[in-house]
Ligand binder design. Structure first.
Ligand SMILES: [Zn+2]
Length: 163
């Protein structure tokens, strides 16, 4: 079987995709009462950010640390940000009920890599099944922002996830 077909099949699995765990030192205690019914998609704008660097940048904003729950690099690697039961800092107004997933890149002038798209779909599918989530949003759908950029393939991703 062609390897791309094997990967395609994995994309639709409801099993957890591989997530790289990072140990963060939270500047302030997190609130562990996330009640998720939404996923919000973001882009980082800057490239070449490690998850540790995002954590530093978000601490510089006065936050506890990395505000996203997940960060997907251009090579498709998924990194853990905040724990799945912790409220994030990524979309003011919906943080108490939304997972935040950020993708490396500026999708106003770049495109997701195939690996990023596959990881995003696999991660979304996993979270949607685990938490019974059907509400997918771009950051721009809940706040006045360009995030995650005009090239973010939202319709394609929703179609892949049957929403
Ligand atoms: Zn955003």
């Amino acid at each position: 079987m062609r390897s791309d077909l094997v990967n395609r099949k994995d994309t639709f699995s409801t099993q957890a995709p591989e997530i790289m765990e990072i140990t963060y030192n939270w500047a302030q205690p997190l609130s562990y009462d996330l009640n998720p019914n939404m996923i919000v998609y973001h882009h980082t704008v800057k490239t070449d950010l490690t998850p540790q660097r995002i954590d530093e940048l978000h601490k510089e904003r006065g936050w506890s640390g990395v505000g996203y729950h997940f960060y997907i690099r251009k090579d498709g690697t998924i990194y853990r940000g905040r724990p799945e039961n912790a409220i994030g800092s990524h979309a003011q107004g919906v943080n108490a009920r939304a997972f935040g997933i950020s993708l490396e890149g500026n999708f106003n002038n770049e495109y997701l890599t195939m690996q990023q798209k596959d990881s995003l779909i696999a991660l979304s599918k996993y979270l949607m099944n685990k938490y019974n989530i059907t509400d997918l949003k771009r950051h721009k759908d809940v706040r006045n922002t360009e995030c995650p950029g005009v090239n973010f393939p939202f319709e394609e991703i929703k179609a892949e996830l049957n929403v």
